[in-house]
Design a protein around this ligand. Sequence first.
Ligand code: PLP
Length: 369
Amino acid sequence: MFLSLQLMKEDFLYKKLDERKTQNAYRELKLTEGMVDFCSNDYLGLSKLLTVNLQQGETLKHGSTGSRLLAGNYALLEDTEKLIANFHGAESALIFNSGYDANIGLLSSVPQRGDTILYDYLSHASIRDGIRLSFAESFSFPHNNLEELEDKLKKANGNIFVITESVFSMDGDLAPLSEITALCEKYGAHLIVDEAHATGVIGKNGEGLVQHLDLHSRCFARIHTFGKALGCHGAAILGSLALRNYLINFSRAFIYTTALPESSVKAIRRSYELFPRMHDEREQLRKLVEEFQQSPIKFNKQQSSTPIQAVIVPGNKEVKYVAGQLQSKQFDIRAILYPTVPINSERLRIVLHAFNTTEQVRSVTGLLQ
Ligand SMILES: Cc1ncc(COP(=O)(O)O)c(C=O)c1O
């Protein structure tokens, strides 16, 4: 009796879940101990190297017990922000609890009613969600399409913000950042670049694509996340001191949440000590990318010079089947389904890591022939 009442009360949940099942798009959490990692964003293998050395008598608080504006601010956090700003050639940095929070916090607070946000159609969900929370008008432009971007820049009102990822999370390709920067300057737009998948991987010292192309002084804001190649958690927004002060005053994702604990900030610091020197790991990644790109397989693969390799297998059912075949051989490779990616572009998202071997990559491409 209780059960059937409960079922009736939650009927609307079951309906939506059933829809997902019919579309073959039902999501479940998986445990994948002991498989070969071709899935995580731990490109350099840093998550396994990060140990936090404590000084004698030093303890780390595992909770910061308040918002940065109340009890949650401390010197280690502010020093780490200075270190990050310095490394990335920015005037200032402000740490957020995740890349998701950083994008939400920036995009929901900076563009105002009457302003315009232009964003790449393949932008990450956190960018889209931030835009949804803003009162500004927003328009997408087709992926990396400069003509369409220029067309939209011509028609834009108020303060204009252009946002793109430097390395696209589901395709692994790069944004034409030099050209986008030039267009932003031509139309007086503010450029925001999400460097989530470039941090640690692109540039001589893993500084990201913006600095690699020497565009950092021409960007309004950059988002660097710590949960991918940096092997830990959190993110920073880089920009001017005025932007930092603005976010501290107006960004709800910064203000209304408990700050990161000391243990997390120590890990971020340690990561910034280690990843700039991981040249061998970046070289190994480059070799594996070349190996993967040059291996013939029976599916279309996207051109990508980064560790994210997308193999297009249209259809949720079909791509899940191919992923299942690879998983049965102990390769942790996941299917990315519609609606996460546009329909008919469902894919295997194969992520290469410095700790993967050429033999492992050959085994995977062999299974895809
Ligand atoms: C492009 C991009 N931006 C932001 C995020 C969110 O970062 P985080 O995982 O730190 O919340 C992701 C993560 O998937 C991403 O791919």
